[in-house]
Design a protein around this ligand. Structure first.
Ligand code: AKB
Length: 322
């Protein structure tokens, strides 16, 4: 069985991905790392270590010592937070990727790398409905610029050095395990927590802001399916569009109210509204479906029921955990 390194295991994707990978590869073969402690099940369910992906010497020693064969690099500064510290966010998002790509080039045992791109690579000049796989990409955020540059670096290392690096342009990701991490789409996570905690939510996007979203179980399965796909089936050397379902804050609010009738919302758009307005409203993910059979099991209704049940359990509000 391959040995797998997950960098950013404490984050929104990482904390669910580690669990999925350990079910496939065995707990002792999936090394979870981050610069901060991860959720308890991650730290106690298999190898966990504090590791800084910015320290290339520490990173290469870890990879060689544990005979790592696959690397999932999930550490990044998300869109909202990146606007507050642009240069630092650029340095973190780019140096972390280049450290991993360089090591994958040098260390023969490393067979595959996964790195997440995002709908943030698109900008205001991109067609916003059913956004194509190949289209105009003029991102207006630091995060989007770093993801666009990262896609080009992945393509370069594949073509120049044969590094098998694979990537997905994630839409907004919704999960209950970790709370929001500074993204523009994170209203879609906060709203569920606040509906249960306070039965009211102050939304930082306007009510009709449509964005593509994906429930985490669908995102994790798509990620692992892409990494397990035979390379010859993949027509892209950079990042695949992934769409999920398109939804607005108003639609999410209405769905939550079918479970919590007294839930109230107000809309006070902040700086993230301009970011959301530059992103697609829906995504064409036909290339992913054709190349590696990507599919989804969750829609807004099914996801909302599960989110409220699991967050209710997590917060001890069992009336919501119906
Ligand atoms: C963000 O909102 O910054 C991220 C993303 C869409 O990549 N969730």
């Amino acid at each position: 069985m391959d040995n797998i390194l997950v960098i950013g295991a404490a984050g929104q994707i990482g904390s669910d991905l580690v669990v999925g990978l350990r079910k496939i590869y065995g707990s002792s073969n999936v090394f979870a790392t981050d610069i901060k402690p991860a959720p308890q099940d991650i730290m106690e369910g298999g190898p966990f270590q504090i590791l800084d992906v910015m320290d290339d010497k520490q990173l290469i020693h870890f990879i060689i010592r544990h005979k790592i064969n696959q690397i999932y690099l999930l550490a990044a500064v998300l869109s909202g937070n990146a606007e507050k510290l642009p240069v630092q966010a650029w340095e973190i998002n780019m140096k972390s990727l280049l450290n991993v790509l360089e090591i994958a080039k040098m260390v023969e045992d490393v067979k595959k790398v996964f790195w997440p791109s995002s709908i943030a690579v698109f900008g205001p000049t991109t067609p916003r409905l059913h956004t194509p796989q190949l289209t105009i990409m003029e991102p207006i955020t630091v995060y989007g610029i770093s993801k666009l540059a990262g896609e080009r670096w992945c393509d370069y290392y594949f073509n120049k050095f044969g590094v098998d690096v694979r990537s997905i342009r994630y839409p907004g990701l919704i999960s209950y395990k970790t709370e929001a991490g500074g993204g523009t789409t994170d209203y879609s996570v906060e709203i569920f927590y606040e509906a249960i905690r306070k039965k009211q939510y102050n939304c930082f996007l306007s009510e009709n802001t449509a964005l593509p979203m994906l429930y985490m179980p669908d995102a994790i399965r798509a990620t692992i399916d892409l990494m397990e796909a035979p390379r010859e089936k993949l027509s892209l050397n950079s990042a695949y569009n992934l769409g999920g379902f398109s939804v607005t804050p108003k639609r999410v609010y209405e769905e939550i109210r079918t479970h919590i009738p007294e839930f109230k919302i107000e809309y006070n758009p902040d700086f993230r509204q301009a970011i959301a307005d530059s992103w697609p409203q829906s995504i064409d993910d036909s290339v992913a479906k054709k190349d590696w059979g990507c599919y989804y099991e969750y829609d807004l209704e099914k996801m909302s029921t599960e989110m409220l049940r699991e967050i209710g359990r997590k917060l001890g509000h069992f009336d919501s955990a119906q």
